[in-house]
Write a protein that binds this ligand. Structure first.
Ligand SMILES: C[S@@+](CC[C@H](N)C(=O)[O-])C[C@H]1O[C@@H](n2cnc3c(N)ncnc32)[C@H](O)[C@@H]1O
Length: 216
């Protein structure tokens, strides 16, 4: 609770009813109240360059929020599905996508199966939105969703945060999480980060390893 004797300061987050980011209601409340400091209101340059270089691949975007990237892809005729488990996020995204609204589905990342084999999955402000207890299952599910050779590409929030979301992840922890399934193939700094991520965002591309050989 905030101190009732201290007036709100610039940059203070509003008070919210919901506290558990594992639940859709947590995100609904923030979308409905217009508190979305993670929202880029457009696509970032690394995404654009990567998407241009992988024009033929189908793309899955989990935890899409307002789905700017899905809109960019759909407008260019790409095969894309964007999912979010929060009804308010899906409503926002569908309204913004207009004639392309069908690419957005209300679904949970942990149970959704896309209608195609994804050439890549796009990550942005999704892993850092999850409670830490869900990180291992994030890596497992990403590995299930991507065939050997397919890519997990996007923006990762690196470092330490006392609380969240967003929950930054230490670089060695991220590597330990993903290297059982993926090999890192690109790693770049990000120049156009929003204030909430500034200086701690990396563009990373991970290639799905071949399935572990089955035991004789
Ligand atoms: C911080 S927002 C980021 C939204 C978007 N990726 C962006 O960059 O603007 C995190 C989003 O992930 C969604 N989300 C969290 N857990 C999810 C899950 N298990 N399945 C689907 N969406 C989920 C939330 O509803 C929220 O819209």
């Amino acid at each position: 609770m905030s101190d009732p004797n201290v007036p709100p300061q610039p940059g203070d987050a509003p008070e919210f009813e919901t506290r558990d980011p594992a639940l859709p209601s947590f995100w609904d409340e923030r979308f409905e109240r217009g508190f979305t400091p993670w929202d880029q209101a457009g696509v970032q340059r690394e995404f654009e360059a990567f998407a241009a270089a992988h024009a033929d691949a189908a793309v899955l975007i989990p935890g899409c929020g307002n789905a700017w990237e899905a809109r960019w892809l759909a407008e260019r005729g790409r095969t894309v599905r964007a999912i979010d488990f929060a009804p308010a996020a899906v409503a926002n995204a569908r309204a913004a996508l207009g004639q392309y609204s069908g690419v957005v589905e209300q679904a949970d990342f942990y149970t959704y199966t896309p209608p195609f084999a994804s050439g890549w999955v796009f990550e942005r402000a999704f892993l850092c939105a999850l409670p830490k207890k869900l990180r291992a299952s994030y890596a497992q599910r990403m590995a299930e969703l991507l065939q050997p050779g397919a890519l997990l590409a996007g923006y990762f929030f690196i470092g330490e945060t006392p609380k969240g979301p967003p929950f930054a992840i230490a670089r060695d922890e991220l590597d330990a999480l993903l290297t059982p399934f993926f090999t890192l193939v690109d790693d770049q700094p990000v120049v156009d980060s929003l204030p909430v991520f500034a200086g701690r965002e990396r563009w990373l591309v991970w290639r799905r390893n071949d399935a572990a050989p089955s035991r004789a």
